[in-house]
Design a binder for this molecule. Structure first.
Ligand SMILES: Cc1cc2nc3c(=O)[nH]c(=O)nc-3n(C[C@H](O)[C@H](O)[C@H](O)COP(=O)(O)OP(=O)(O)OC[C@H]3O[C@@H](n4cnc5c(N)ncnc54)[C@H](O)[C@@H]3O)c2cc1C
Length: 383
């Protein structure tokens, strides 16, 4: 595999120089808080001003029109530079691919530039209290009205919805038919529209951005329906592969974290207990894992670039990165010893978040079912 494709070195150097000149010297406050959310929105605008917010998008929407390999290179540089987390990631990783595949030209022109600049930040409103893994059983409805739809129901576990501007979700608009996947429609709506109540859900780390949404006859114009009414399931599923397979956790994040872990190992290796070989092996595993994930992702990207889709193999990625993330953080905390337990240590905060990895973006139990049935051809389990 040739990882040094034409133009990569120049692109990498340009990205590195820009990041070196622009990444804030002090870390921004957490994007899960109101103040941090605003600071991260301003950072999105800074990225956008020099066309670094969505490098692989066409130029007309604010991108640089570069290929997926350059995007991976950018991500590697981004994380290596210690740049802020991306508060726009739900929009960029989930809604944008959906719009590129299924929206009208008018919708793309209206939604994508404001997403690229951070002017409009999106929340994902898929899950419901009784519908997470079994998402097709969702009950929130959209009823036909003059010029649009009226949304009613409850959505939950919506990341950063407490501070976001708009949300995208799937709603029941017709009879289920023989399968619950039928009669669903994909819609965008304003979180500040009349009839929307946003209520923060307490998280283990106390940050207030996670929320549930109560919808009471919320009007959505026809222009905010994506694709045909009734086709919501097909449209939603065509984009989850992106999230699990490629865009949600690029290897750059883990390469940078493994490098940080290695530095920490070297710094503590001189301590009397610094020759713990079991711990040394775990550090080595973390470095190897990040590199293996990078190569696997480049292989997937090559398939993407050749016009293939990733499909069920995205589940392999999702299980790998979520379990890897926990192991990496546990190794760092064991290396730090009691100091790692301090509430404001990056590793302990990261560990708490890593624990959610096997749950969000589809639980790992469900991913393992997909791997068993669709990749290994094993019989369907009893549900
Ligand atoms: C940090 C975080 C952020 C999130 N952000 C968002 C967001 O922004 N927007 C959004 O819409 N949702 C979001 N979610 C919700 C997430 O997608 C769901 O939590 C997830 O899909 C699981 O659904 P559930 O919580 O209803 O659990 P359930 O589906 O009730 O599952 C409970 C347990 O049973 C297991 N299980 C269920 N069915 C099966 C089966 N058939 N076979 C084997 N095991 C099974 C599950 O794997 C799990 O272990 C987020 C979740 C977290 C933790």
């Amino acid at each position: 595999m040739d990882l040094d494709h034409a133009g990569e070195a120049a692109f990498r150097a340009e990205a590195r120089a820009w990041l070196a000149a622009n990444v804030p010297a002090e870390p921004l406050p957490s994007l899960e808080t109101e103040k941090g959310f605003a600071a991260h929105r301003a950072w999105e605008a800074r990225l956008h001003a020099d066309r670094w917010s969505v490098v692989s998008w066409p130029r007309e929407y604010g991108g640089r029109g570069v290929d997926i390999f350059s995007w991976l290179v950018f991500e590697e540089e981004y994380y290596a530079a210690g740049a802020p987390g991306r508060v726009s990631q739900n929009g960029i990783n989930l809604l944008a691919p959906t719009l590129f595949d299924h929206a009208t030209e008018e919708q793309r022109a209206r939604v994508l530039p404001a997403m690229a600049s951070g002017e409009v930040i999106w929340a994902q409103a898929w899950s419901e209290p009784e519908s997470g893994s079994d998402l097709a059983s969702l009950k929130s409805r959209a009823l036909r009205t003059d010029g649009g739809w009226l949304l009613s129901g409850q959505k939950t576990w919506s990341s950063r919805a407490a501070f976001a501007d708009r949300a995208f979700g799937i709603f029941r608009t017709g009879p289920e038919g023989p399968r619950p996947h039928q009669g669903l429609t994909y819609l965008m709506f304003d979180l500040s529209a009349p009839g929307v109540t946003v209520r923060p859900i307490g998280r283990l780390d106390g940050k207030p951005a996670f929320a549930e949404l109560f919808l009471d006859d919320v009007f959505v114009p026809d222009g905010d329906v994506i694709g045909e009414p009734g086709q919501g399931w097909r449209i939603a599923m065509s984009t989850t592969g992106n999230e699990r397979g490629l865009t949600l956790r690029s290897p750059g994040r883990f390469l940078a974290a493994a490098e940080r872990l290695l530095r920490q190992w070297r710094a503590t290796a001189e301590r009397p207990d610094g020759h713990d070989t079991a711990l040394r092996d775990r550090v080595a595993d973390a470095v190897i894992g990040a590199r293996a994930y990078q190569l696997f992702t480049y292989a997937n990207a090559s398939r993407f670039a050749a016009g293939e889709s990733i499909g069920a193999e995205s589940s392999l990625n999702k299980v790998f990165w979520s379990e890897y993330d926990i192991a990496l953080h546990e190794t760092a905390l064991d290396l730090l010893g009691p100091a790692g337990e301090l509430a404001d240590s990056d590793w302990s905060e990261g560990y708490v978040f890593a624990l959610a990895g096997p749950i969000y973006a589809g639980t790992n139990e469900i991913q393992r079912d997909i791997i068993a049935e669709r990749l290994l051809g094993l019989p369907k389990g009893r549900r």
